[in-house]
Design a binder for this molecule. Structure first.
Ligand SMILES: Cc1ncc(COP(=O)(O)O)c(C=O)c1O
Length: 396
């Protein structure tokens, strides 16, 4: 196992020609503890954000016992990695075979749905089981979020009463869930969605046992600095307390990004410079899908001493032969960045490393554990990259 004092040390020792993923177990632990100690209900981790078994074990060890899984492969992965975890199958459109395998082979008892057809599938696949937790997903606005999840899923107001009443008949515990969109920039997003929950409960006159506010909790990125997470928790708690639900009703959440974003960053090498365009060795088909396709701006730092003090705006090209492999940024780096330089790209623990493909022969993954702070954090406040010190341990 290799040990390095710093990310700079790693580069000097290895001069890696492939991208290197750095993982920060302490950052994931801190995020998990924050949710476990301060969210006023049960925290489930949304596995899709980063399904790394190491991360799953870290979260489990930090007290996260519930996992939002959205495919049968995720069900199998978590069941295998964390045999005592509680799995909740929160994709509202599932294969009937997947529901049956989840229920009969992996002990899954919690499912979401947004149509009568899905309810019928669940009832058939579980053979009218009497121990189901069924959560009806409402369609809510994504207006306050950076990535919309408003188009695809969720029952509309005019169909929800009937669906809630029918689901009540089939469920041991009845829940309502929603997703306000990813990277919700204000707690108001949740307050608004909770009003939809209230209207649905009133319209259906059913007893609701679970309210699940979904994911959407933000992380900190350039140009996207959200309010503190406690403000989100306070708003959610107040809205929950005012709902017409039983005293014993449970509050759940399903963060993906907020629990995993700070876990990973990436070291890439500059292979070519053309004006303000840098050709780097990871991109749209690697860990930078969101940077390419939704213009997400991740924090960057040049891993070189004695670089220019003047910063300039750069865009990136990834390594494949595809024009789409382009990350517009702007990414601010010292003006004299040049081929052979290494750049660290931060906050790739959520929807970064998980999106990697091997297209065009790229996508090899070497992982090192580091002990320094992430480039930005919602849990500590921002950290100056220059002042960070790192210990690096080679993992793979
Ligand atoms: C059902 C569900 N829950 C939770 C999440 C996690 O969302 P986030 O990463 O924004 O917290 C997602 C993301 O797509 C989702 O679809």
């Amino acid at each position: 196992m290799h040990q390095h004092h710093s990310a700079h040390g790693l580069i000097q020792a290895l001069s890696p020609i492939e991208p290197v993923t750095l993982v920060r177990p302490h950052a994931a632990r801190r995020a998990a503890r924050f949710f476990i100690e301060r969210f006023p209900g049960t925290t489930m981790y949304a596995v899709k954000a980063n399904p790394s078994p190491d991360l799953l074990r870290l979260l489990w060890d930090s007290g996260v016992t519930h996992y939002d899984v959205a495919s049968i492969a995720e069900v199998r992965l978590v069941a295998r990695t964390l045999p005592r975890a509680t799995l909740c199958f929160m994709h509202p459109v599932k294969a009937e075979e997947a529901i049956a395998e989840a229920y009969w082979q992996h002990g899954v008892r919690t499912f979401s749905l947004d149509t009568m057809e899905e309810l019928e599938k669940i009832v058939r696949a579980t053979r009218n089981a009497a121990d189901l937790n069924l959560l009806v997903r409402l369609r809510v606005s994504s207006d306050h979020s950076k990535l919309s999840l408003a188009a695809k899923f969720g029952a509309e107001p005019d169909e929800v009463a009937e669906l809630l009443m029918a689901t009540r008949q089939a469920a041991d515990a009845l829940g309502i869930c929603f997703h306000v969109g990813s990277q919700a920039m204000t707690p108001h997003a949740y307050a608004q969605a909770m009003e939809r929950v209230r209207a649905a409960i009133v319209a259906a006159s059913v007893t609701v046992d679970i309210v699940d506010v979904g994911g959407g909790f933000p992380s900190s990125y350039p140009g996207m600095e959200p309010p503190p997470l406690d403000a989100y928790f306070d708003t959610i708690h107040r809205s929950f307390e005012s709902l017409p639900i039983s005293y014993s009703a449970e509050l759940w959440c399903e963060p993906g990004r907020a629990l995993s974003a700070e876990y990973s960053s990436l070291i890439v090498r500059v292979e070519k410079r053309r004006g303000d365009e840098l050709y780097i060795n990871d991109g749209a088909y690697g860990a930078l899908f969101d940077a390419a396709h939704v213009g997400w701006r991740f924090p960057v730092t040049l891993l070189r001493d004695a670089a220019s003090e003047e910063l300039a705006a750069f865009s990136f090209y990834g390594p494949t032969c595809d024009d789409l492999d382009h990350m517009a940024g702007p990414f601010y780096l010292p003006a004299d960045v040049k081929p052979g330089d290494f750049i660290e790209i931060g906050m790739l623990g959520a929807y970064g490393c998980a999106m990697r493909t091997k297209f065009n022969g790229f996508g090899a993954e070497e992982i090192h554990v580091v002990s320094d702070e992430p480039m930005t954090s919602l849990y500590t406040g921002e950290v100056e990259p220059e002042r960070r010190t790192a210990t690096v341990t080679k993992l793979f």
